[in-house]
Design a protein around this ligand. Structure first.
Ligand SMILES: *[C@@H]1O[C@H](CO)[C@@H](O)[C@H](O)[C@H]1NC(C)=O
Ligand SMILES: *[C@@H]1O[C@H](CO)[C@@H](O)[C@H](O)[C@H]1NC(C)=O
Ligand SMILES: *[C@@H]1O[C@H](CO)[C@@H](O)[C@H](O)[C@H]1NC(C)=O
Ligand SMILES: *[C@@H]1O[C@H](CO)[C@@H](O)[C@H](O)[C@H]1NC(C)=O
Ligand SMILES: *[C@@H]1O[C@H](CO)[C@@H](O)[C@H](O)[C@H]1NC(C)=O
Length: 276
């Protein structure tokens, strides 16, 4: 498949595709294998890549959510970037680092550059330095085959709501992540998520996400859930809560005449940005 400019793939996912995310099971979503040429077996680059992937897989660093690293000297350097989804726990991020580093070699054998996406994280490696560079292509569009029941109300609201999330995501340059929940004017709740890799500037993140969310009506009209994914950013909505439990903290209704309890640390380390 040619990789010139814009790779447009439409890929159907069954409704059940990612509905049951157990913390122990990383859900594979997609990979871009064909971003560079092939390396030769037993080359220095292969040795560097193996070292890179095993240190990602065994990473015990405190920055479990995002890191980039490189192994080896020019011209055989292997560059890597790991990004965990912003709502995930430390445990889930570390598991996903191990899973993605172990599977990328099998799924993209002998490739000089690949990105693999799980529901919980992404892993990108290359023979070229790519950190801090926004990469809008290729893009993959994934959507649920189920249709939304009230598209006339839903579709116009979708881009507007997702754009609100983009604004929230770039409000903090060290987060570049936001989630939200809205009823979109329909009877059903809709959950949204946008995220850039944390090496990007807010300007590049804005560019990446703005383009991605504006593509929802075109790529995924009426779908009950969809994702637009490229190496630099992901955006997704679903009509079910696909986020880590506790991401949306719903305070219990206060008993009559009693002040509501203070919001304790239930959202520590998580992004709880909501549209309300
Ligand atoms: C690269 O390797 C893959 C997997 O082994 C193979 O399918 C593909 O044809 C190779 N591409 C080139 C340009 O050699
Ligand atoms: C690479 O190394 C392995 C193990 O040393 C060897 O079996 C294999 O033949 C080598 N392949 C090439 C292409 O040199
Ligand atoms: C991560 O990327 C930045 C920006 O390219 C670079 O300065 C830094 O050295 C990289 N870190 C590692 C461990 O490679
Ligand atoms: C931005 O996000 C980082 C990481 O989550 C957090 O530590 C910091 O407090 C946030 N800054 C602001 C101004 O909210
Ligand atoms: C605060 O968070 C920690 C770690 O998640 C948890 O063990 C503790 O029970 C929480 N405390 C409260 C008051 O929610």
């Amino acid at each position: 498949m040619g990789y010139s400019g814009f790779l447009f793939i439409i890929f159907l996912i069954a409704l059940s595709f990612s509905q049951f995310n157990l913390i122990t099971a990383q859900t594979h979503v997609y990979e871009f294998c064909n971003l560079g040429g092939n390396y030769t077996a037993n080359s220095t680059f292969q040795t560097n890549l193996n070292l890179l992937l095993s240190s990602i897989s065994n990473s015990n660093s405190n920055s479990f959510r995002f890191f980039n690293m490189s192994v080896g000297r020019d011209p055989d350097t292997a560059y890597g970037l790991f990004q965990c989804r912003g709502d995930q726990t430390a445990e889930s991020c570390k598991k996903c680092a191990a899973t993605s580093a172990n599977s990328i070699k099998t799924r993209c054998p002998y490739r000089k550059e690949s990105v693999i996406f799980y529901d919980e994280c992404l892993l990108h490696y290359s023979d070229k330095s790519f950190v801090s560079t926004v990469q809008l292509d290729p893009t993959v569009y994934l959507f649920n085959t189920g249709h939304i029941s009230e598209p006339d109300l839903f579709t116009p609201k979708l881009v507007e709501v997702m754009r609100g999330l983009v604004t929230q995501a770039i409000a903090n340059s060290s987060k570049l992540f936001a989630v939200g929940k809205d009823n979109f004017g329909i009877s059903q709740s809709v959950y949204g998520l946008v995220q850039c890799t944390q090496d990007l500037s807010t300007a590049d993140c804005y560019r990446c996400l703005t383009r991605a969310v504006s593509e929802f009506p075109g790529c995924c009209d009426r779908a009950q859930g969809a994702q637009v994914i490229n190496p630099s950013c992901i955006s997704r909505y679903e009509i079910y809560d696909f986020l880590e439990p506790g991401t949306f903290v719903i305070p219990p209704p206060p008993p009559p005449g009693v002040a509501p309890p203070p919001n304790t640390n239930s959202s520590t380390g998580k992004c709880t940005l909501s549209l309300f």
